[in-house]
Design a protein around this ligand. Structure first.
Ligand code: MN
Length: 425
């Protein structure tokens, strides 16, 4: 076991019992306070630790980092570029500094005052500069549901689906941090029985429950990443809401795939949970049949048991839980996705983001989009205030949460990603 994941560790920082951020997690993010410039931080309990000040005070000196300014940057890209051994060493050092039996920081009240801020006082920012963004389609339950709706049960999965992790290149400029307003997209749609398309605000605005991994190590053109080496290129994971306009998507997607029905916004949670922190929650993948090509084969546990939830909160109302799913259902894992992404020699860069695709489970309550939950609007969901939802309405807030929990291990979580939908501009 990685020592920083030891469930017996306790911090001198108070951590509430059900916190997503115990000392065994230590997710990285970018925050600002009182109009100061954004800098790198780590979450613990209800606090954020300022890594730029920790570094200035010499607490990382022993690590002999190649670049001492990485925690002062407004994104984590330069820190990630230092490589996986450095990510691990920094997380281990932070764990050591926060342990209840280590007086280094605990008994240095002057330093503590400079590095610890209550989370509720800080503003969170997009943690990385996203160069390229790819969205996969890797949940067999989601692909089967959508395929059944649009092509019928017999042709639900496209012919290639079981042989490669399908994906498309998305839009990086509109990836935003949790809490950023989302405006209802406008665009072309065409009803099945209409002769001509119309231009209007989307009527079928949806969420997609996804997770994304962030590339922390680049490759050169011509190189490919093996499934064995893939995790050395993955810094960590966030929750990802791939907002989708179903009516725009339906009219535009043939033959080149998603375009404006997706590119208006994607929201992510602000804290990146490292693969090191997720290590205790590794689980085996679903059996893949037929056998995949050699470059997609892998060894060991490459899936992760991450419990996921989606709630809808109408304005001034209590939220309603509409979905409970799990990342472990994914048919294609991240190592396979990265191996496939680079098999043609396409290079990847630090800060690239790869989302999973909608994460649905077998159970109807585990469907990761309104499209599936209401089966194209035929089974509306009733809300606490007596209204119904087929899709997302103006002034609704969509909230996604994720956490890992099992007997004998520390519960760790992702916090949440929220987005409120405003009327089209
Ligand atoms: Mn998607």
């Amino acid at each position: 076991m990685i020592e920083a994941n030891n469930p017996d560790l306790k911090s001198w920082v108070e951590v509430p019992a059900n916190s997503d951020f115990p000392i065994q997690n230590l997710p990285f993010g970018i925050f600002s306070i009182n109009n100061a410039s954004p800098r790198a931080g780590v979450a613990i309990g209800n606090f954020v630790v300022d890594l730029s000040v920790l570094s200035e005070l010499g607490f990382f000196d022993q690590l002999e980092l190649a670049d001492n300014t990485v925690f002062h940057k407004q994104v984590l890209n330069d820190f990630m570029a230092l490589g996986k051994p450095v990510w691990t060493a920094v997380r281990n050092r932070i764990s050591e500094l926060l342990r209840d039996d280590n007086p280094e920081l605990r008994d240095n009240s002057d330093a503590k005052r400079q590095v610890l801020y209550p989370l509720q006082m800080v503003q969170m920012h997009l943690p990385v500069q996203v160069g390229d963004y790819t969205d996969f389609y890797s949940s067999i339950e989601h692909a089967t549901n959508v395929g059944t709706m649009f092509r019928g049960k017999e042709n639900a999965l496209p012919a290639n689906w079981l042989h490669l992790p399908i994906g498309y290149h998305g839009r990086a400029s509109s990836i935003v941090v949790s809490g950023t307003p989302v405006y209802r997209p406008k665009g072309q749609t065409k009803a099945d029985d209409a002769a001509m398309p119309t231009y209007q605000p989307s009527r079928l605005l949806d969420f997609e429950l996804e997770m994304a991994f962030i590339v922390g190590q680049s490759t050169n053109m011509g190189e490919s990443i093996t499934t064995k080496k893939a995790e050395e290129h993955i810094f960590g994971m966030v929750l990802f809401n791939d907002w989708s306009a179903r009516d725009i998507q339906k009219w535009e997607y043939v033959p080149l795939g998603p375009f404006l029905g997706k590119s208006f916004a994607s929201s992510i949670s602000p804290w990146i949970v490292t693969l090191d922190a997720l290590d205790p929650y590794r689980v085996a993948s679903p059996q893949q049949e037929p056998e995949v090509l050699p470059y997609l084969q892998f060894e060991g546990k490459k899936n992760f048991d991450i419990q996921l939830e989606v709630s809808i909160q109408p304005e001034n109302q209590e939220e309603k839980l509409v979905c409970q799913s799990n990342f472990k259902y994914m048919y294609w894992n991240m190592a396979q996705q990265l191996a496939h992404h680079t098999v043609n020699g396409c290079n990847i860069n630090v800060g690239d983001m790869c989302a999973s695709g909608t994460i649905s489970g077998k159970d109807e309550t585990a469907y990761g989009s309104m499209l599936e939950l209401t089966w194209r609007g035929s089974k509306p969901i009733s809300m606490p205030d007596g209204t119904e939802r087929k899709f997302i309405q103006d002034n609704d807030t969509v909230i996604m949460r994720g956490f890992c929990q099992k007997e004998g291990f520390a519960r760790i979580g992702f916090g949440e990603v929220t987005g409120k939908v405003f009327p089209a501009i």
